[in-house]
Design a protein around this ligand. Structure first.
Ligand SMILES: Cc1cc2nc3c(=O)[nH]c(=O)nc-3n(C[C@H](O)[C@H](O)[C@H](O)COP(=O)(O)OP(=O)(O)OC[C@H]3O[C@@H](n4cnc5c(N)ncnc54)[C@H](O)[C@@H]3O)c2cc1C
Length: 475
């Protein structure tokens, strides 16, 4: 007898990574009845939010395919996005006593939130820590009619004490693999004349932690996005001079105010060349003799463990072909990626991806036919070309409507209006008040916060929300 609905199947699924994406993927997969193993190379959950102060041994320019350090967080880092917009839909990012109670807390507070999420939903038992995935490849690749399966080879590292480690190789076959390895770890380096022969210090912000080692130095910071600005401001407190080299000198009001205030912080155009005597020449003819060059030039997508026989490739920061930034059509839904999109409200979006993957694997939902998915990717790439956008912006979403349409695939609730408005107002505040946006905001935000705290997202966990509200009222 043919049933109208396809049978719900349980799959053996490997999730790679226990950062926010991997954790929510594990939760949704298990909820859907799959057997889940999460392989995580670090000793704890958290991904980027698991701050690693020791960066010894990491290549300063990130040239190794497998990095020693995953997190790119620096010690002073505070959130760019307000905590109340970040939470997973049924687990609000509440303020807790004895913790960092700020709206824009430091990085540790996110780790604690993720630890709470992990304990609340009992996810720890699914995770094998200190286990780095080194190879993922297809079993019986090309054998017609066989279901796709994946062999996952990993290295488990045991500490024997006295700084000695032991390693054990593991190999296991899975029905599906969810890649949730993040994309803020592998440095993206510019190509600058003289870089190869520069004898002074140069490194990527991936291993920047604290400003103290740069006391009294002349530092050139390359790159004027969030990290470049944030790090320049803190370096200017201790360094003799900080030269912030930007692609465009058309800067925000916020940065302009900072430059007016700090007389040892200079805005420079792009670097023309690095000279052997330590001179950094900028394209406008100005120069500085620098002790250190710090590249805040962003990160690249990299999956050094993944062998898809060339089906999935990274080309100028385009991971493709991916249907809806998630599924390589010819390998879907057996292989999927969570967390590829940028410029989104991350955690709830990862949650919607995880739900979709889980329900596709169980057979509760179906993807469109292969041809249709490939056409959709082609149309999307054409739209990027037509808009004159570079390939490396492929995964920059910056669009609430897209997130809502994406969620509709799996009946995921649309983002609440207050979430969207608070997200936008933070960005606008940051553009004007770069130094203070995390600690002061206007009445409009206060009203939206009130609305947020009274919404089901915050009231769903009952009494815990009082802590949040009382803190808000005290300010
Ligand atoms: C400086 C900085 C500031 C940021 N600020 C914000 C912010 O304010 N708000 C915001 O929402 N986001 C911010 N982010 C983005 C942040 O990366 C995301 O919030 C989130 O951490 C992405 O989650 P993820 O799980 O996709 O990736 P990650 O957090 O990177 O986690 C990936 C996990 O995969 C593991 N892994 C990788 N490779 C392997 C392997 N081969 N084998 C086993 N395990 C592996 C890693 O160890 C890690 O635990 C910031 C990022 C940086 C670098």
């Amino acid at each position: 007898m043919v049933s109208e609905k396809p049978a719900v199947q349980s799959k053996h699924v490997c999730v790679i990574g226990a950062g926010p994406s991997g954790l929510v993927a594990a939760r949704e997969l298990r909820k859907e009845g799959h057997s889940v193993v999460v392989l995580e190379q670090s000793h704890d959950i958290g991904g980027q939010w698991l701050y690693e102060p020791n960066v010894e041994g990491e290549d300063p320019l990130g040239r190794n395919p497998f990095l020693k350090v995953h997190s790119s967080m620096y010690e002073s880092l505070r959130l760019l996005s307000a905590r109340e917009i970040m939470g997973f839909t049924d687990f609000p990012f509440l303020v807790k006593k004895e913790r960092d109670m700020r709206r824009f807390p430091g990085h540790r507070e996110v780790l604690l939130y993720l630890q709470d999420f992990t304990e609340w939903f009992g996810l720890r038992e699914l995770i094998r820590f200190n286990t780095r995935v080194e190879y993922v490849g297809m079993v019986d690749y090309g054998e017609f009619g066989k279901d796709l399966r994946w062999v996952v080879k990993s290295k488990e590292i045991f500490t024997k004490g006295d700084d000695e480690n032991d390693e054990k190789m593991g190999e296991e076959v899975f029905d599906a693999v969810v890649v949730a390895t993040g994309h803020y770890s592998h440095p993206k380096m510019p190509s600058i004349k003289g870089m190869g022969t520069w004898k002074r210090k140069q490194f990527h912000s991936h291993i920047y932690r604290v400003p103290e080692p740069f006391r009294n130095e002349v530092v050139v910071v390359v790159g004027n996005s969030f990290s470049g600005q944030d790090i320049s401001m803190e370096l200017a407190e201790v360094a003799r001079e900080v030269h912030l080299s930007a692609k465009s000198l058309d800067i925000t009001e916020g940065l302009s105010k900072v430059l007016d205030k700090r007389h040892n912080l200079y805005l420079r155009p792009q670097i023309d060349s690095l000279e052997e005597d330590g001179t950094v020449l900028f394209v406008d003819g100005s120069s500085a003799v620098a002790d250190t060059i710090l590249y805040c030039t962003g990160y690249s997508y990299a999956f050094p463990f993944l062998d898809t026989k060339g089906i999935v490739a990274v080309d100028d920061d385009r991971v493709g072909p991916l249907y809806e930034h998630t599924f390589p059509p010819s390998l879907a839904p057996s292989l999927s990626f969570v967390g590829i999109p940028r410029k989104i409200i991350g955690f709830p979006f990862f949650e919607s991806q995880a739900k979709w993957i889980a329900q596709l694997l169980s057979g509760k939902r179906m993807l469109p036919p292969l041809k249709e998915m490939m056409q959709s990717i082609k149309d999307f790439y054409n739209s990027i070309d037509a808009a004159g956008l570079p390939k490396h912006n492929t995964h920059d979403i910056g669009n609430f409507e897209y997130c809502e349409r994406y969620g509709d695939n799996v009946e995921f609730p649309h983002l609440e209006q207050w979430r969207k408005e608070l997200c936008v107002s933070t960005i606008l505040n940051m553009l004007v008040n770069l130094e203070t946006f995390r600690d002061s905001w206007d009445e409009g935000d206060e009203k939206l916060l009130q609305e947020a705290f009274q919404s089901p997202h915050f009231t769903q966990l009952g009494s815990q929300v009082l802590t949040f509200q009382s803190q808000f009222e005290r300010r």
